[in-house]
Unconditional design. Structure first.
Length: 231
């Protein structure tokens, strides 16, 4: 039975500053993700790939359809779930690596990565030790760990972003272009991390434009252009 099941999901935006014009994005999105499977969303820019990830994460509310998440013996329809339930799923079930690192200013990189573990009850020393181990694996030198990542290069910020998303043991992981700003060495590290997550039974939905990365991680490729509602 799939961990994630998306059926007939649709999304549009209402442009209130343009007289309420409705801008359709995707219609009838339909695919499933099993435990230990990586589904890669493919398609041209503007076809709605990132919007679909945000629908699964609950950042965008669906106009219709369903997004069933099965976890812990229960089924949640993310498309209609209450905000409190969405927040709980983000703490405990759904990890997300976005294209841009969004972190509280002046918080050190080590804390940015480890604080979700602390919030979920892991001891602070253990959480930061695990965070440091992953940062080291992603080639972030220890001298940078006490520094806020806003001062880092784009590639360094993205590796902190990846560490924060991969560190918790979430059963679902959403990846929006995780390797876009990385060199070949760090791309290989991320591919290894994704492969390990799959072995652990994590259900992954990813957007990757690098064909070598996509070929290395994808079990299923979904062409999002068939869902695109853009005129």
């Amino acid at each position: 039975m799939p961990v994630l099941e998306i059926a007939q999901a649709k999304k549009s935006f209402t442009m209130h500053l343009r007289g309420g014009v409705r801008l359709p994005v995707v219609n009838d999105v339909d695919f499933c993700v099993d435990a230990g499977e990586c589904v890669v969303l493919a398609g041209p820019s503007g076809s709605g790939k990132s919007s679909i990830l945000k629908m699964i994460f609950g950042s965008y509310r669906c106009d219709g359809g369903r997004i069933w998440l099965r976890h812990g013996g229960t089924v949640t329809d993310i498309a209609s779930a209450e905000p409190r339930r969405i927040l709980a799923l983000r703490r405990e079930v759904i990890g997300y690596v976005s294209q841009i690192l969004r972190a509280v200013p002046r918080v050190p990189a080590l804390e940015v990565v480890g604080d979700l573990l602390v919030a979920n009850g892991v001891g602070r020393d253990d959480a930061y030790a695990r965070a440091g181990s992953l940062l080291r694996r992603l080639n972030i030198p220890e001298r940078l760990w006490p520094i806020p990542p806003a001062t880092f290069s784009g590639g360094e910020q993205q590796r902190v972003n990846i560490a924060r998303g991969f560190l918790p043991d979430m059963p679902v992981l959403l990846l929006d272009e995780p390797t876009a700003s990385l060199d070949a060495e760090n791309c290989a590290v991320v591919v290894d991390l994704i492969t390990e997550k799959k072995r652990q039974g994590v259900a992954i939905v990813a957007i990757v434009h690098d064909t070598d990365v996509r070929d290395a991680i994808a079990d299923v490729v979904v062409d999002v252009s068939r869902f695109s509602a853009a005129a």
